[in-house]
Structures are given as structure tokens and as C-alpha cells.
Write a protein that binds this ligand. Structure first.
Ligand SMILES: NC(=O)c1ccc[n+]([C@@H]2O[C@H](COP(=O)([O-])OP(=O)(O)OC[C@H]3O[C@@H](n4cnc5c(N)ncnc54)[C@H](O)[C@@H]3O)[C@@H](O)[C@H]2O)c1
Length: 250
């Protein structure tokens, strides 16, 4: 790198071993970011990082465990540099009626989707504030905006992510750090396969409910994240954007 070239910004993407996270990692790398692809499934994260065109690493992490997150962030900083862009994408879901779900499932869903987002955000925030630059992007869900039957506690965890993002956006607004949320609708990944495995009829009804009459793809979602991560979005914070073919117009 010559002196006139600027160092690429470093993006940490959680859940990057999965469908939407993998696409986000790829699109951010194509936009010039160095990418830390982080996932509970370390092998999947490493495989994603290997295919990227910028300096990138795959990191194993459990976002619901503070010690695991601290170790992962330390590794990213040592190997790529401080985290400029955080994409809180890792998440879990279990599709079933609320009355059939157990407390164990509620706790897991809230621990990963909501508290995991809080833990990873806290781990990178001080550095962003010190450097006067940060982009935090949550991947919530339309379920968190309008509710989704069969995903009741999941919807609550995603609504919590949205509200957490708005409140944090206000606290750090003068520090050069923005916090925005992207809400995918039904998107073709392993997570959504639960629905088609449960009932093809339900899956088809979901598709027909989308004004554009198709299920989204990870490549539909990733460009919105690249936008919020970029210089052009510097004056946008605390916002929630649905990427769902018009399913949710809130
Ligand atoms: N697919 C959809 O229809 C849809 C719709 C709305 C929102 N979302 C959200 O998009 C995000 C990505 O989901 P996806 O559809 O790509 O699913 P996915 O299952 O393909 O990917 C999720 C990834 O998160 C990882 N993960 C799970 N728990 C983790 C933990 N504790 N620590 C670190 N990594 C962990 C998994 O290993 C997996 O690789 C999720 O937050 C999900 O809630 C998905």
C-alpha cells in the first residue's frame, strides 16, 4: 500500500457463515472493506473469508458469550485493525406456536438475537467513539416491526434490536457513529427452510403475501447494509429499512 492509498475500513460481520451474513461479507468486501467473517460455525466463517477479494479472516465466536466476543474482537483488531463497521447479523429462530414453545427456547432466542447484539456492540463501541467513526448495522426482521405468528419471542427479540439501535443512535449521534437497522422479509436461507420443511403450503402463502411475489435472496439484503456502512449514509441514523419486496410498509 502506498502512502496515498487509504487503509480499507474493517467490517465485522456476525453470522457470516450463514446465508444473509455470507452475502453481506461478500458485498462489503466488493465495496472495499476488509472483512472479519465471524460465526459460531468457525469453519463456515473461514470458508466465506477465503473467497473474499480484500484482506479478510474467518473467526469463531459465540455472540451470546462476552468472553468469546472479547477474544474474537481482540483477534480481529490484531489481524485486521480496529472495527469500523459492525454488522449484527447472527440470529436464531424456531418456528412454532408460542403456546408450544418452552422457556429454554425463549432464553436462547433472546440471548443470541438481542443480548448477543448488545454484547458485540458494546465490545466495539469505545474504539469507534475514540476514533470518531463507526457504522453499526443490525439485521433485525420485519417480524420485529409488525409481528409474525409462529415466531412470537423471535419477533420480540427483533423488536428489541430495533429499539436498542434507535436509543443507542441518539446516545452516540455526535460521536461520528451511526446505528441503523435492516429488516429482511422472508429470505431464502437455512433459517427460512424451517418453514418449507414444516409446510410447503405455508411457504407458498408467504411468497404470495409479498407484493413482488417472490421470496428474497441474501443478495437482495446485502446492498442496504453496504449503503448504511458507506460515507454517503453519514447523516442517517436510528433508521429502520425493510428489504422485503414491499411486504412491510411501516
Ligand atoms: N432468512 C430469513 O427469512 C430472515 C428474515 C428476517 C430476518 N432474518 C435474520 O437474518 C439474520 C441471518 O439469518 P439467515 O437467514 O442468514 O440464517 P442462517 O441460519 O443462514 O445464518 C445465521 C448464522 O448465524 C450463526 N449463529 C447462530 N447463533 C450464533 C451465535 N450464538 N454466535 C455466532 N453466530 C451464530 C449461525 O451459525 C449461522 O451461520 C438473522 O438475524 C435472522 O434472524 C432472516
Amino acid at each position: 500500500m502506498t502512502e496515498t492509498e487509504t487503509k480499507p475500513r474493517v467490517a465485522l460481520v456476525t453470522g457470516a457463515g450463514g446465508g444473509i451474513g455470507g452475502a453481506i461479507a461478500r458485498h462489503l468486501a466488493e465495496a472495499g472493506h476488509a472483512v472479519a467473517a465471524a460465526d459460531l460455525d468457525e469453519a463456515a466463517a473461514v470458508a466465506v473469508a477465503k473467497g473474499l477479494p480484500t484482506p479478510s479472516i474467518g473467526v469463531g465466536v459465540d455472540i451470546s458469550d462476552s468472553a468469546s466476543v472479547a477474544a474474537a474482537v481482540a483477534r480481529v483488531e490484531a489481524e485486521l485493525g480496529p472495527v469500523d463497521v459492525l454488522v449484527n447479523n447472527a440470529g436464531i429462530d424456531k418456528i412454532e406456536p408460542f403456546v408450544q414453545s418452552t422457556e429454554d427456547t425463549w432464553r436462547k432466542v433472546v440471548d443470541v438475537n438481542y443480548l448477543g447484539t448488545v454484547i458485540v456492540t458494546r465490545a466495539v463501541l469505545d474504539g469507534m467513539v475514540e476514533r470518531g467513526f463507526g457504522r453499526i448495522i443490525h439485521i433485525a426482521s420485519d417480524a420485529g416491526r409488525v409481528g409474525s405468528s409462529g415466531e412470537v419471542v423471535y419477533s420480540g427479540s427483533k423488536g428489541a434490536m430495533i429499539a436498542f439501535g434507535k436509543a443507542l443512535a441518539r446516545e452516540v449521534a455526535t460521536k461520528g457513529v451511526t446505528v441503523n437497522t435492516v429488516c429482511p422479509g422472508p429470505t431464502d436461507t437455512a433459517l427460512l427452510k424451517q418453514v418449507s420443511d414444516l409446510s410447503e403450503k405455508m411457504f407458498d402463502a408467504m411468497r404470495r403475501a409479498v407484493p413482488m411475489k417472490r421470496i428474497g435472496t441474501p443478495d437482495d439484503v446485502a446492498p442496504a447494509v453496504v449503503f448504511f456502512a458507506g460515507e454517503g449514509a453519514a447523516f442517517i441514523t436510528g433508521q429502520t429499512l425493510s428489504v422485503s419486496g414491499g411486504l412491510t410498509m411501516a
